[in-house]
Design a protein around this ligand. Structure first.
Ligand code: HEC
Length: 145
């Protein structure tokens, strides 16, 4: 009887050690999420302001063209998307800085384009910064293909 109770104690100790190791892992994982909230934040900003008309999967054109790899892409160059003449003729290549101007007010940046007719612009600088960080960093990941 005595023997048995010792071995139960040992088992409990092992169980506790196992639990501690397991919970340690869970906390470590939670910690690494806490260090990178901005990526989720950035995607949320994109979802809130742009997703209604734009996807970021390759070839997935909606009301607007796909934004797959848009930073560094020539404006008006997605195949099979019907752009306005003014956007096609703009001759620009999208950069972080001209994207910021575009999202602030598409109509004043490229007058007569089709996005300006349906999207007045986003005055909130922080939201714009998040969206641009998202477009720059996340739209070429495998999940975005
Ligand atoms: C209500 C619909 C709508 C919303 C919301 C919208 N867009 Fe657009 N977007 C368009 C349309 C339509 C075009 C095509 C414009 C043209 O052909 O003149 C476009 C074009 C673009 C282009 C040019 C792409 C290229 O291939 O040259 C970029 C960049 C862009 N949008 C970014 C954004 C971002 C970032 C947001 C969120 C802040 C956003 N758009 C929100 C409809 C929208």
């Amino acid at each position: 009887m005595k023997e048995r109770s010792i071995s139960t104690t040992k088992q409990n100790a092992l169980l506790m050690a196992g639990l501690a190791a397991c919970c340690g892992l869970v906390f470590a994982t939670a910690g690494s999420y806490a260090q990178a909230p901005s990526s989720a934040d950035n995607e949320m900003a994109f979802n809130n302001h742009c997703r209604e008309c734009h996807a970021f999967d390759k070839g997935d054109n909606r009301t607007g063209p796909t934004l797959y790899g848009v930073v560094g892409r020539k404006a008006g160059s997605v195949p099979e998307y019907e752009y306005s003449e003014s956007l096609k003729a703009s001759g620009i290549t999208w950069t972080e800085s001209n994207l910021d101007q575009w999202i602030t007010n598409p109509n004043s940046f490229i007058p007569g384009n089709n996005m300006g007719a349906v999207f007045p612009g986003l005055p909130d600088k922080n939201e714009r910064a998040k969206i641009i960080a998202f477009l720059k960093g996340d739209t070429k990941k495998p999940s975005g293909q």
